[in-house]
Design a protein. Sequence first.
Lengths: 439, 451
Amino acid sequence: MFWSWPLDGWIIVVGVLCGVSSTLLGTFLMLRRMSLLGDAISHAVLPGIALAFLWTGSRSSLPMFLGAVIVGVLTAFFTEWVRRVGRVDEGASMGVVFTTLFALGLLLLVGAADQIDLDVDCVLMGNIEMTPLDRIAVGSLWVPRSALTLGGVTLINLLFVMIFFKELKLFCFDPALASATGFSASLLHYVMMIMVAVTAVASFEAVGSVLVVAMLIVPAATASLLTTRLSHLLVVGCIIAALTAVIGHLGVIAIPPQLGLKSAKTAGGMAIAAGLLFSLAVFFAPHEGLIPRFVRQRRLSQQIMLDDVLAFLFRLREAGDASAVSISRVSDQLMIPELRIRRSIAQLLADGLVEEIGEAIRLTGMGSKRATDLVRSHRLWETYLSDHAGIAPERLHDKAEKLEHFTDPGMRKRLDQQTAASIDPHGRPIPDEAGGERD
Amino acid sequence: MLASSWDDWWRVLSLRDYNTRVVVLAASVLGLSSGWVGSMMLLRRRALLGDAISHATTPGIAGVFLILTLLGYGDAAKSPLWLLLGATGTGLLGVLVLLALGRFTRLKEDTSLGIVLSVFFGAGVALLSLCQEFPGAAGLDSFIFGKTASMGRADAQWIVGVSALVLAVLILLRKELTLLCFDDTFAGSNGFPVIALDLALMGLVIAVCIVGLQAVGIVLMIALLVIPPASARFWTDDIRKMTWLAATFGAVAGLIGAILSGIYSKLPSGATIVLVCSSCFAVSLLFGTRRGWVGRLLRRLSLRRSVARQHLLRAMFEAQEGHADDLVRFEELMDARSWSVGNLRRTLARAIASQWIIDRQGGYQLTPRGMVEAERMTREHRLWELYLMTQADVAPARVDRQADRIEHVLEPELVARLRQMLDEVDSPMPINPHAPSKDDVIQKQASEDLD
């Protein structure tokens, strides 16, 4: 791995700046369901660049920058206009607008191509590797030009978000209320469009549109899987964007040499890194992640099955049937495969809630307490639902069956006060509170 | 720069060149099939799916090339078959990721689209840059950026073959796909395999995208999938007509675009095709018979005029009800409603021109035809007022306003039912609830002012 601070250090700095500035705005785009606007703008700026070139005849960056930003804002504007006038849905109107502008740009470039070679690939794929070479002196330090531009853009975006945080929040979650409270939601919308266009153009001059589109959407989406508060979303999103840039560049200079290849495009690498962090979040995010969700679900269903076994043993004992029951009978009656029942019973044995007598099982004192609580909850609920909620008798059992697993002593006490009955609607006695602490 | 002679026109239009023939044919067939598939996607509200899919195919192309080259099958790496297989693979993967994100996370559809699009394309760019050090990688770019003008016989064969297959599947699954587009929940509850159908539809999009990519490039492929269907939507509400129209628009755009770029050799053909599509869209947006802007404007105008005419006729009728003679003065009409002088004059002029009213000395008079119509309008208005007062318990001072809004859209059947309900069959004209006292008139005026 070949690493040099003046080169790779600056590449990472530029990547981080691009990521942070894009994510600050991208979070709001995501919340406004306009994630694809970045993609549309980055394709559509082509005619702006071409026109600026044809007009001024030079490749200097300011006119091209302005041309690109203007067309970028026009993309947002036209999309909205076509959507409203033509009553087309948003995706379609965006598709129509940006492809048309892109084609127009290609056509204009034909006119320009006689005089100069404007590289379309370069606009799309960017050239972040070359950014450290184009430097400007700041005091005694030589800083890459794109780092300065992007630093400025990041600062502006940060100020914008901080100053208008309250307005933006309202604007994302309730535009109607935003308009009603007196500030113009559509003005804010267009200010934001201008900022997105500026950010996109400033970034892809340095890093290519692939990375801008990825940075506008992916870190914000990753953050949204980790947290839901808007302020946290912004902070987490920016941290993820910065991580993305670092991991992306490190990956690009570290991995290809292992396969005997030269290093790959950094912009592509950063996009891949963004995707990797996103998929990590999809699988492992503590609250939303697929795996934690799966584990929680399994644990809950296991808990419910244990409860069911205990309540079943209690009911059999209550009916005066048998105090010790064979495992196969439990399996038959609860309609759960014997293998799973055996696993649950092993758990119950370990917790000391049941005891084994040969092939049969029986409630222990502690298990009996727990089962009493469950059955009491069940019957209290049945009584309550029948007396106070007017639920039909044949539906009582199913509802109570669900609720009994989530009822704590405090809730039982309140149910008891509300119902004041000692017999449930099916005519069975409601057992007294078992007393003592539940484990 | 764009100079061309009649010879050029003739050369291209007569399709004398083999190459022109190939390009024109391939472009129109591609336009046809993508217009058709695209209309399904548009109705499914997934217009931009083509965007994500066509970007998602790039890592497949570069990846297959890289793997085959690294394993030492350099020759196989250049054959389009392998590259297209790779493209199909990652395209499908992209679609599956998209569906999975929609199902297992609470991200919005546009966010998932953006993620798939940017991450897959990023991977494509990274892999493509790795390919650059091998000989033979130069052609890979054309898979991404298109090379319409230099399309060869093999490319055209691919396009025509795949399009035929896609169209066959579309025709076979027409009923199922229509149901899927309009009501997927209903389709699911009727036992149709919704997920499989969805995958099939996306598979068709992938197929069209992949053969289209090397012909026109990513962005222009998206245009072919989105613009013709969006244009067709302005002309009809019938899905069968819409798919036909979209396919025709696509084919014609392909044809015209290819011919134009054949004549003016500098015009890039992909961009030309898209711009022809876009012009078609602009025309449809303005003049489409069903949802076009001009048509909608005209319909609204004519509705407003007919409402104004009905108001005028009723005002005439009610004014002359209180008279001995049937001449109504302009001032009387002015007092009847809160309309402006100009508005009333214009409405009068139009009513006179179409012979509802005659302009006599000192006033206006209903023609026999106008009389019948005015009587009908007034009856309907009063029936509705009566209904509101007796059945809906609305205060008499407020019924006029409400009846005013609805009277223009009352169907004859509804009027008959109202009459039946109100037992008004005997007397042809219900009395005016506002007429009797002066107080009512003042009150009514006040309530109108308030509104």
